[in-house]
Ligand binder design. Structure first.
Ligand code: AMP
Length: 264
């Protein structure tokens, strides 16, 4: 497995056949592994990017969430090697944005609701870095987790609207045995906080099993939102419409967690 930290190294990297890209921010866990395994099954060459993208954080990365985001490239590289990855692209922010970033991909209304309410500009940062990664790696397929349902919907729409010749593959959410959706941010939860983090998945499961939206919302102490939306457009729908997707976000200790569940 090669570790590439510059664009020049990436361009010189010898690829064969179809290329699958898995974009990540590192601090890898079982959720990432399921994306990588799927990419490994479906492609001749697998590239994983590890880049904590300042553009998608508050104040372009001048914030605690960006500074405190867990980073451990050595552990990530060992993990990816064990999964049979061909190359890791792990650039510095300066390598990715040598001149800052004047021109952005704008996600408009799709990026303004849900996560976009508390994270204005987040999805513009995501769409911009993903476009750059697509241009740098030139994959045939790119793999995204359903964990970030709004991200998947936006990337699918971006690829369609900008005619990018890339297949987007969405991979189901990986959960711990107790139901908590795997997330790099879980590392920042103390042992005392972890039970509270289970409130998100438990509220979603309750909703799926027939609880009212009000009852499910009441199960989460520091709820940001719990809504039922159309899976493709992410527009709000009546709670009893099917198929539908329930999405939630909540604060637990110092971290903001998200989760979602298909209601069908
Ligand atoms: P991140 O490193 O958090 O930006 O995540 C990189 C990719 O892994 C994104 O496409 C995420 O949606 C996906 N991912 C993160 N957590 C999970 C999970 N628990 N299950 C499935 N995919 C995930």
């Amino acid at each position: 497995m090669q570790i590439l930290t510059t664009k020049a190294q990436l361009f010189a990297f010898q690829r064969t056949g179809s290329v699958g890209l898995v974009p990540t921010m590192g601090a890898l866990h079982g959720g990432h592994a399921s994306l990588v395994r799927r990419a490994r099954e479906e492609n001749d060459t697998v590239v994983v990017s590890v880049f904590v993208n300042p553009l998608q954080f508050d104040k372009l990365g001048d914030c605690e969430d960006y500074r405190e985001y867990p980073r451990n490239l050595d552990a990530d590289a060992a993990f990816l090697e064990s999964l049979g990855v061909d190359a890791v692209f792990a650039p510095s922010p300066e390598e990715m944005y040598p001149n800052g970033q004047a021109i952005w991909v704008r996600t408009g209304r799709m990026g303004e609701g849900l996560e976009g309410v508390t994270r204005p500009g987040h999805f513009d940062g995501v769409a911009t870095v993903v476009t750059k990664l697509f241009n740098l790696v030139r994959p045939d397929r790119a793999y995204f987790g359903q964990k970030d349902a709004q991200q998947v919907a936006i990337i699918r729409r971006m690829v369609a609207d900008l005619d990018l010749p890339i297949d987007i593959v969405a991979v189901p959410i990986v959960r711990a045995a107790d139901g908590l959706a795997e997330s790099s941010r879980n590392q920042r939860l103390s042992p005392d906080e972890r039970p509270q983090a289970l409130q998100l998945s438990q509220a979603l499961f309750a909703l799926r099993d027939g609880a009212t939206l009000d009852k499910a919302r009441a199960m989460i102490d520091r709820l940001d939102y719990l809504v039922v939306v159309d899976p493709l457009t992410l527009n709000a729908v009546e709670p009893d419409q099917r198929p539908a997707l329930a999405l939630c976000a909540a604060w637990v200790g110092p971290v903001r967690l998200i989760d979602n569940l298909e209601l069908s």
